[in-house]
Write a protein that binds this ligand. Sequence first.
Ligand SMILES: Nc1nc2c(ncn2[C@@H]2O[C@H](COP(=O)(O)OP(=O)(O)O)[C@@H](O)[C@H]2O)c(=O)[nH]1
Ligand SMILES: [Mg+2]
Length: 333
Amino acid sequence: MTKESESIEMAKLLLTGNRRALAKAITLVESTKQQDRALSSELLREALPKSGKSLRIGISGVPGVGKSSFIEIFGLELIKRGHKVAVLAVDPSSPVSGGSILGDKTRMEELSQHENSFIRPSPTSGSLGGVAAQTREAIFLCEANGFDIILIETVGVGQSEFEVSSMVDLFMVLMVPAAGDELQGIKKGIIELSDLLIFNKADGDLLTMAENSKNQYTGALSIVKKNSFWSPIALTCSCLNKTGFEEIIEQVFKFQSKAKTEHVFESKRQTQKKAWLKSYFYKDIHRYVQSQDKLNSLYSELEAQVFNGLISTEHASKELIKRLFKDGPNEQL
Ligand SMILES: Nc1nc2c(ncn2[C@@H]2O[C@H](COP(=O)(O)OP(=O)(O)O)[C@@H](O)[C@H]2O)c(=O)[nH]1
Ligand SMILES: [Mg+2]
């Protein structure tokens, strides 16, 4: 079979809702092997027209806040309502921590076995295009495979939150209930990103504190209007007692229908697409430069000169572009 027909066959199987084809397709887009790249972009080209019809939800929070436990219950509740739920993880630390995937599978035991769910752990970081780019492509593949809710779990540290928020429709942050003065310390940036702020572990000794945290935030959030149609909302839940999920789901779909009726849904996705094109373009150019010996050594030379204060960053960049256009690209781009 030629490479091209191989990817078309794979795409066909993917579009029928075949789960193994989805797993294989994601492995392919994650592959760094040169021969897989052509196959992968062919596959994406076939899948892309069938993607996009889902609600993409980012779920963030510090390790131990209960993201995996939350996804188990939230996912099963959504399935009960007739949805098909895919879970993707963006965890830049996973190759280091290693064991997190095993822990997640046991916390999402029922969900991972359900026929209307699909769970995929984080790709290995440092691979081609980066974890975030591959997750974005995995979203398209899950959608083409028939999933209408995509949950993207990310650890609430560093850059990954921003990357995930740039590929989802709705971003929720899980938090541990805390006393009033501790709440002040929570990063402002997180609140600006989030549409729903959820205090988990609202049970036992933490129940009162969770309610207090929620009330305190509700006051503060009413002033933060993210955009014309939605102000972030604070809620509580308990994965232990399975409480609070009814209201969370209600708010999620309220958000979706408001975003759609006020035409924010599509325009946000368009903005995200533009931003991603830009980022792919820059990454491709950078990768091309790295793949060409002459260009790469010029890059290193200029980098050293910038580092030593001999030339400006702007000058270095212009020199590189000059050389790039002079030599011209080749098929490796
Ligand atoms: N009491 C209580 N414990 C919870 C709740 N949700 C999660 N946990 C516990 O918190 C720990 C971390 O949960 P996990 O889902 O792995 O968190 P993650 O690291 O954010 O994915 C586990 O021991 C859970 O059993 C909850 O609602 N109430
Ligand atoms: Mg987890």
